[in-house]
Design a protein around this ligand. Structure first.
Ligand code: ADP
Length: 441
């Protein structure tokens, strides 16, 4: 039967040897017969060799088609339960997570491609402990082998990278089990909990950071209120000074709440692609004009070089205003010492040859050390917290920029040479002509 012809790799080598041993007498008789025919009946050596080869092949093929009573299956039982072997392989291969079938003594019976990917050294017939050295999981495999109850174990690995896993260890009962012939395996599947854990950690960090950022101005406000109610009650000059600081703290809280709400709104719409036609040239000029009082105050000259005739993108106008406000304001705040900010608008080719809109904001201030660059768009990440606070920063500006650009299928590229300034370049897909026609209709 076709099913019975199947053998799993684990015993192919041993089975071949046994088959050779079983067929040896027949082959010996054939050798003697053909040698006799060559010697005494005048048969030529080549036809004799061909005749022998045909007989040998026929004998071997027949042997291969018949499972021997002495063959042991991969499950360590006599009379190969080949249908079950096939089922186990199919089940394991069909699972989307790393999965292993183990004998009750924890020898590896089968595993899928995902399992091999995370444990390249795994091989059939070896104890799982050679590849997976997690005592709790090994203990659970033993326990499941004995109790046949499902176990879940969470564990953490540091090598090659930090990863959290959930191991589910379940009994796998095979057909044909009788009290005298128990036929069961242990199914081990691994679920990668790392993305979940990282998201949880980010969420709790975010809440802790947001509370901390709000708590500081709040504590300062309550301190001033108490002072004004008590010792400074009738001190008019002190009251004016304190009220000015209180206003500044209240503004800082309002800015923070505003940024937090914007972030959460943008996250909610992350999957909706904005589709209004926005002229980036006009938008950037409008933002730069709006920030001219700040530029004047910081004594910075802002220059716009528009190298593109028109840069139309599909976007949300208010969100894109927010992007360029943040970038130009940062250049004016942190790069003021360079006394100059250059804004360039251009079309540049992307990989596929099509062009995209590129708006870069370059300042000539102190720049940013390379180790900070990859983290700048993280929420609340600041190179210098003191300076950011002194400049009225919330630490959420670049995180907002990143999220807005992500929703617009755009990118933010940051380059900086410490001591020579920084360039923040926004790259956005240009509006296609066909889309433009349908919008204007
Ligand atoms: P913030 O509200 O603190 O300005 P951002 O997310 O906008 O927050 O920026 C994060 C940090 O990146 C800033 O605190 C600052 O340290 C650094 N940064 C941003 N832009 C510049 C720049 N043009 N030059 C130097 N440092 C910058």
């Amino acid at each position: 039967m076709a099913i019975q012809e199947r053998r799993t790799e684990a015993f192919v080598a041993g089975g071949t040897m046994r088959r050779f041993v079983r067929t040896r007498p027949v082959l010996l008789v054939a050798v003697v017969l053909f040698a006799g025919l060559v010697q005494f009946a005048g048969l030529a050596p080549i036809p004799a060799l061909i005749g022998f080869a045909v007989i040998a092949l026929a004998v071997l093929i027949r042997e291969a088609a018949t499972p021997g009573a002495d063959e042991t299956s991969i499950y360590g039982e006599r009379t190969a339960p080949l249908l079950a072997d096939r089922m186990v392989d199919a089940i394991i291969a069909g699972l989307s997570e790393p999965a292993f079938a183990l004998a009750p003594d924890s020898q590896v019976v089968a595993f899928n491609a995902n399992a091999q990917q995370i444990m390249p050294g795994i091989s059939r017939g070896e104890p799982i402990s050679f590849a997976l050295r997690v005592p709790d999981v090994l203990e659970a495999i033993r326990a499941v082998g004995a109790s046949r109850q499902v176990h879940h174990v969470e564990f953490f690995e540091r090598v090659p990278t930090d990863r959290w896993w959930e191991a589910t260890i379940a009994p796998l009962l095979l057909p044909g089990e009788t009290p005298n012939h128990p036929r069961h395996l242990v199914l081990l599947t691994l679920r990668d909990l790392t993305p979940l854990r990282l998201a949880e950690a980010m969420r709790s960090d975010f809440v802790a950071n947001a509370s901390h950022e709000l708590r500081t101005p709040l504590a300062s406000l309550s301190g001033f209120i108490e002072t004004l109610q008590g010792p400074a009650r009738s001190d008019a000059p002190a009251r004016d000074r304190f009220l000015a600081i209180m206003k500044e703290q209240a503004t800082r809280m309002a800015r923070l709440i505003d940024d937090l709400l914007s972030l959460s709104r943008i996250e909610q719409k992350a999957h909706i692609h904005p589709d209004n036609s926005v002229d980036l040239g006009a938008l950037v000029r409008q933002v730069a004009d709006g920030l001219s009082p700040l530029a004047y105050e910081r004594e910075v000259e802002v220059k716009i070089a528009d190298q593109a005739s028109s840069l139309l993108v599909a976007g949300d106008r208010d969100e894109l205003i927010r992007v360029f406000e943040n970038l130009i304001e940062n250049a004016l705040k942190y790069g003021a010492s360079g006394r100059r900010v250059d804004i360039t608008l251009a079309r540049e080719p992307v990989n596929g040859g099509a062009k995209e809109a590129v708006v870069s904001v370059r300042d000539y201030g102190p720049g940013i050390a390379p180790e900070h660059l990859p983290r700048l768009t993280e929420r609340f990440y600041r190179v210098d917290i003191g300076e950011s606070r002194a400049q009225g920063g919330t630490g959420l500006g670049l995180a907002l920029v990143k999220h807005i650009l992500h929703r617009h299928r755009g990118r933010l590229m940051i380059e900086s040479t410490p001591g020579a300034g920084a360039t923040f370049a926004v790259r956005l897909p240009l509006l296609k002509t066909s889309a433009l026609m349908s919008i204007s209709q």
